[in-house]
Design a protein around this ligand. Structure first.
Ligand SMILES: Nc1ncnc2c1ncn2[C@@H]1O[C@H](COP(=O)(O)OP(=O)(O)OP(=O)(O)O)[C@@H](O)[C@H]1O
Length: 446
């Protein structure tokens, strides 16, 4: 069995029950939690009741959501029942650890029903409410994601907005927010106006506290995260892995060009640059006119006894290890070194801090960038160690409501390719194959 990344996960099953009026970011938060936990290799899945409801009812108007609409109630009850049935199946058949029940769950009656079902099935219920009275933000949310939802295909945005506001009114009539006194025995967290205020009540397990800590750090301000590998290094030229070498002359050219490349895209925004503690990332960042921070956690995957060797040398000297790594690159740990899984675990504070921050430029290493990229782009663990991250290329990530937009900005300074395909010890591709890899990278975006 694989080791867990968070303690006390064994035998623990948690259902995060979302609570809140429409357009309060419940789906946004649910998807973020799933991505975060999946990245940490904790089995997590979101059950969105709206999608179940859409299987039977297309494009209902606000009246459908009226508490007195018997037909509407029946359909909505069926949707939540089906979602919960699938959720229980997932816990039982697929050994799920954290399920998110993404629905409004606005009444005490509904929450009590979910609570009972969870307890009967040995699942810990944790309620997570998003409460928001910022009308401008709610209107922005409706414009950003609701007027374009499947519920409003072919409907004018103004008409859709008006109907959605009516839908919210229907829910407001019956809404019973979580209450510190009434709900004092429940495990719950309540986010007020994003995370201006956070109430945490009876948070029991370590995993629950990680989830609360994570959602506390989320923000929705528009921002860019730039990622770059260090410029081409002497070791890259010699096809060696690891080490702490300096940049090659072409790598230095990239370092000189980087300020212009960033400025052209980012303009005058304020950025902070994060580098690893290794010479090649610092040399790459040396001309950037921004505040810089060094993180040990951003150092390259430690290749242990293979540090400083070429792949050909590794294949000759440690043939079994070479094959084992190709077989399961994510789990393979170099003798005396690290695996991709180890790197993900040490990157967790980086991800947490990235969620808190605004515009950041990270200059680090291939394996580390693959792990960070996998978090933002939802790349499955078995694929992430094979993502091509070319040298001398700036990757721009723009987090959006339900995903991340990715753009590649090439510096147009030649560099060797350090990409190694499965089953060979050869690195390097011609220009054509590098472009194919680049396209693969773009296609993984949401
Ligand atoms: N804590 C929050 N409070 C308010 N808005 C948020 C919050 N977090 C994210 N958002 C914004 O909410 C929007 C996404 O809305 P989302 O679909 O997640 O709402 P919802 O509550 O799931 O609505 P519905 O009940 O209709 O499914 C995005 O524009 C996102 O920026």
């Amino acid at each position: 069995m694989s080791p867990y990344t968070v303690s006390n996960v064994q035998d623990l099953r948690i259902c995060v029950v979302m609570v809140g009026l429409p357009a309060r970011g419940k789906s946004f938060i649910s998807q973020k939690i799933v991505r975060y936990l999946s990245w940490l290799l904790i089995k997590a899945k979101c059950f969105n009741v709206g999608s179940y409801r859409r299987e039977t009812t297309q494009q209902p108007n606000a009246d459908f959501f009226d508490a007195n609409n018997k037909e509407g109630l029946k359909i909505r009850q069926l949707a939540v029942t089906n979602a919960i049935t699938d959720m229980m199946d997932w816990f039982n058949k697929e050994n799920g650890v954290v399920a998110i029940l993404d629905a409004t769950n606005t009444t005490r009656e509904r929450r009590n029903w979910v609570l009972k079902l969870c307890r009967q099935n040995r699942i810990e219920p944790m309620f997570l409410e998003s409460w928001c009275d910022d009308q401008d933000l709610i209107l922005r949310n409706i414009a950003e994601v609701k007027t374009t939802s499947p519920d409003y295909v072919g409907v004018e945005p103004e008409v859709a907005t008006k109907d959605f506001l009516n839908r919210i009114k229907k829910y407001e009539k019956i809404y019973e927010p979580l209450d510190e006194t009434y709900d004092q025995d429940l495990t719950f967290a309540k986010l007020i106006n994003i995370a201006q205020q956070v109430i945490a009540n009876k948070i029991q397990s370590y995993l629950e506290s990680r989830i609360v800590f994570y959602v506390m750090n989320l923000h929705i301000k528009p921002r860019c995260i730039y990622l770059s590998r260090h410029g081409e290094s002497i070791y890259n030229l010699e096809k060696k892995i690891g080490g702490d070498s300096s940049l090659s002359p072409r790598g230095l050219k990239y370092a000189e060009k980087l300020p212009e490349l960033v400025k052209q895209d980012a303009g005058d925004v304020d950025l902070t640059v994060w580098t690893s503690t290794l010479i090649r990332t610092q040399e790459t960042a040396q001309y950037l006119p921004y505040k810089q921070l060094q993180w040990k956690a951003l150092d390259e995957l430690d290749a242990g006894v293979c540090d400083g060797m070429t792949y050909e040398e590794i294949e000759k000297e440690f043939p079994e290890d070479f094959r084992a790594r190709d077989e399961n690159k994510y789990e393979y740990r170099y003798r005396g070194g690290e695996s991709y899984r180890d790197v993900v675990i040490r990157l967790e504070p980086i991800i947490m801090e990235l969620e808190r921050q605004e515009n950041i430029l990270i200059i680090t290493h291939q394996a580390v960038l693959r792990c960070i990229y996998a978090y933002f782009m939802n790349v499955p663990q078995e694929e992430s160690p094979w993502v091509a991250i070319p040298l001398h290329t700036l990757i721009k990530l723009e987090p959006r409501a339900y995903g991340t937009k990715v753009t590649l900005i090439k510096a147009d300074i030649p560099a060797v390719s350090t990409y190694k395909e499965k089953g060979t010890s050869q690195v390097g591709e011609d220009d054509k194959s590098t472009n194919i890899k680049t396209r693969n990278l773009l296609m993984t975006s949401l």
